[in-house]
Design a protein around this ligand. Structure first.
Ligand SMILES: Nc1ncnc2c1ncn2[C@@H]1O[C@H](COP(=O)(O)OP(=O)(O)OP(=O)(O)O)[C@@H](O)[C@H]1O
Ligand SMILES: O=C(O)c1ccc[n+]([C@@H]2O[C@H](COP(=O)([O-])O)[C@@H](O)[C@H]2O)c1
Length: 223
């Protein structure tokens, strides 16, 4: 068992992101871990002020509405959590996980999901090693960002190896495990979608239909 982890009665999978805009890569990342972990809830948390990005294009309200339209609640109940948007300071995941632990209590498995691009610089996140005191961390592969040992910062790889657990371990304990999933390969990014929209293209195979409708109705990402 991961250090100090307790048995968990429920499991909440958490996907944080800028979602500028949300796209099929985000949806498939969440679905990948929903299939693997069978959580009781998917909690999607749009970032308020992501300090490692140089400004977001869409407003918080528009990003929340797009996220609301993107995730299908048929597989798992989906909760859109606006706590990071309400916070005025820089968005640090450690603050979010502390708040989630306070809200959900000590007996819930909290699983923070991310793509490989974030894993590759996890060691730059605020208090990154403490994240495991509140949650399990799961990262999935993404084209252009390999999970191969040679590319992951050594301290991050060492932490994930030391904390390696099975999906069942993660589902049934509260925090402390790391998991690397190499089976995802979705070559979609918000950057590419913004570029396509700006040049007048219609990236309908890259984003959920309801999200594209909203982008068009609100004339987002046109300049
Ligand atoms: N295609 C993808 N495959 C796997 N994970 C992804 C993919 N796209 C985004 N993610 C993950 O989803 C989370 C939120 O990503 P984010 O909202 O920054 O999207 P993005 O496409 O990376 O955006 P941008 O191109 O603006 O940097 C991050 O953990 C990121 O690694
Ligand atoms: O806590 C940090 O220092 C930190 C640094 C970079 C990213 N994050 C979180 O990682 C998630 C994905 O971020 P991004 O930039 O890929 O949208 C989102 O929830 C961010 O708040 C968190």
């Amino acid at each position: 068992m991961a250090p100090q982890a307790q048995t968990a009665s429920r499991c909440i999978a958490v996907l944080g992101g800028s979602f500028d805009p949300v796209h099929n890569g985000h949806v498939l990342l969440a679905e990948h871990f929903v299939q693997l972990l069978r959580p009781d809830e998917l909690r999607v948390i749009p970032a308020g002020n992501p300090w490692q990005k140089h400004g977001l294009q869409a407003s918080p309200a528009d990003r929340v509405e797009m996220v609301r339209r993107a995730f299908d609640a048929r597989q798992v109940p989906v909760v859109i959590d606006e706590q990071e948007i309400r916070r005025t300071s820089a968005t640090y995941t450690i603050d979010t996980l502390r708040a989630l632990r306070a809200e959900l209590g000590p007996a819930v498995s909290i699983v923070f999901l991310m793509g490989a691009d974030q894993l590759l610089h996890l060691d730059t996140w605020q208090h990154w090693q403490e994240l495991f005191d509140y949650a399990h961390l799961c990262a999935a592969s993404r084209p252009g960002f390999t999970l191969a040992e040679a590319h992951v910062p050594p301290a991050v790889m060492e932490e994930f190896k030391r904390r390696s657990g099975s999906p069942q371990d993660i589902r049934s304990t509260t925090h402390g495990y790391g998991y690397l999933a190499s089976g995802l390969a979705v070559d979609i990014s918000s950057t590419e979608i913004r570029a396509q929209l700006q040049r007048g293209a219609r990236p309908d195979s890259l984003i959920p239909g309801g999200v594209l409708d909203y982008i068009e109705q609100q004339h987002l990402y046109r300049n």
